[in-house]
Design a protein around this ligand. Sequence first.
Ligand SMILES: [Zn+2]
Length: 144
Amino acid sequence: MKNDHYCERCNVSYILFSREVKCPNCQHSTAVLTHEHYTFIPETLKIMQENKRQFNKYAPDVFTITSLADYLRRHCLVIFDKLELQNPDNHSHFLDRAMGKLDWHDNLYLKIHFRDIIAELHKHYTYKKPKHSLKSGFKSLFYA
Ligand SMILES: [Zn+2]
């Protein structure tokens, strides 16, 4: 899958979700790529919208994992479902705690990488608390 990028120096796989991303294991910078390589975040946001409409949640019960991108994306969807379910006042605190519970086994470099991905997704995500009428960029998409 094109979302998985392999570091040419240390050979771990990671997600090139933006131009600034370096290898989370060895900090090696990849050659400059074209815009079409940075699709992980927009694809994930699109999947979130579609799943919300179809299943009323982000993480579907059946989720095929064939790549690192799929694996990390599934964790993202589960965490954002929990975020909306628990509806905490402090999103960053909640996200930190949720991420702290994940076990990366021998792939500790993914811990920081995943935190960066969640932060990037959260930047593009606006959730409207049900009780209040705050403006929300995605409200019309998620709850149309
Ligand atoms: Zn590397």
